[in-house]
Design a protein around this ligand. Structure first.
Ligand code: SAM
Length: 293
């Protein structure tokens, strides 16, 4: 049987469960949250300089998921701006519900913030905004560019930056070129049809250069403990394997020769190392901050 593929757009139960398995075994939440609490000040300062006197900062989240990172961003912005109006574009109703619960839980820290949740895809939001022509001071796409096809990337980035007022900023976080999955695809793509090529941070930077849009780039190192992936009876290990290789039912449905390559690669490559009996894989995040002039 051929390997099946999922897309984040479908936001299937399986996808959510895989993503949860990844979060539970990686440093992603911790390291991205640390980046927001330590580095976001630069963005706040720049927005404050550009939009002096603006009392309500309007911001847009695209593919915000359960709001884990966006809520932290809003809290940072509230240190500088008395009020923040956050529009959330997230197609999964289930995640919007979790986002609402998080806002309720953090309400004392979110005093001054309002949220408008839109259960829409980015394409649907483009359509609505063609008429409304709303603009924002800041927007974020945190690990949500997965649904974008490589050939559509420039168009998406042109449209997304078009949502910003002059002087506005966009924060994009996405898989760096050096993550396990991207390196695996680079090495084996020809053998692995139909593994679909995935975009990475390098593609986003190239697209921005072509569009002559200014940006600053940095990397957040993130390790994932992939030890459980070797245990074929571990439900969490199998979900994690699916997430790491972007394949639904990787072990159950995958061809044995692909599985063999996957495990050989995970155990013997620059993107992984063993320590104290555990297997760690590298999943760095590319950070891109765009300033619209
Ligand atoms: C990997 S999750 C990231 C969620 C969140 N930003 C985070 O970092 O925890 C990707 C998110 O993109 C959303 N998504 C998928 N397709 C989308 C689309 N066409 N437009 C906007 N968001 C989309 C998914 O529902 C999912 O919540």
């Amino acid at each position: 049987m051929d390997v099946n593929f999922y897309t984040p757009l479908q936001a299937s139960q399986q996808y959510s469960a895989s993503f949860e398995a990844y979060k539970a075994n990686s440093e992603e939440n911790q390291n991205i949250s640390r980046w927001i609490s330590e580095q976001f000040d630069d963005i706040s300062r720049s927005l404050c300089k550009q939009f002096e006197g603006v009392s309500t900062l309007s911001i847009l989240g695209i593919g915000s998921g359960d709001g884990t990172f966006e809520v932290e961003i809003v809290i940072q912005l509230l240190k500088t701006f008395p009020s923040v109006a956050c529009t959330v574009v997230e197609p999964s109703g289930e995640r919007i519900e979790s986002y609402k619960q998080l806002v309720e839980k953090r309400k004392s820290a979110l005093h001054g913030a309002t949220f408008e949740w839109r259960a829409e895809s980015l394409d649907e939001f483009y359509e609505v905004n063609r008429v409304n022509k709303r603009q924002f001071h800041f927007l974020s796409l945190i690990h949500s560019c997965y649904f974008m096809k490589h050939q559509e990337l420039e168009n998406h980035l042109r449209q997304i930056t078009g949502f910003l007022y002059a002087g506005g900023q966009a924060l994009i976080m996405h898989d760096a070129e050096t993550t396990l999955m991207i390196q695996f695809q680079k090495r084996f793509t020809s053998n692995l049809h139909p593994l679909r090529p995935t975009i990475h941070g390098g593609h986003i930077k190239d697209a921005l250069k072509n569009l002559q849009i200014e940006y600053e780039a940095s990397i957040i190192p993130i390790l994932c403990d992939a030890t459980k992936c070797s245990d074929e009876d571990s439900v969490e290990g199998n979900l994690l394997l699916d997430f790491l290789f972007a394949v639904e039912g990787c072990r159950a449905n995958g061809k044995s020769e692909i599985l063999k390559m996957i495990f050989e690669f995970m155990n013997n490559s620059d993107v992984s190392f063993n320590e104290n009996g555990k297997l760690y894989v590298r999943m760095p995040t590319q950070v891109i901050v765009i300033s619209v002039t």
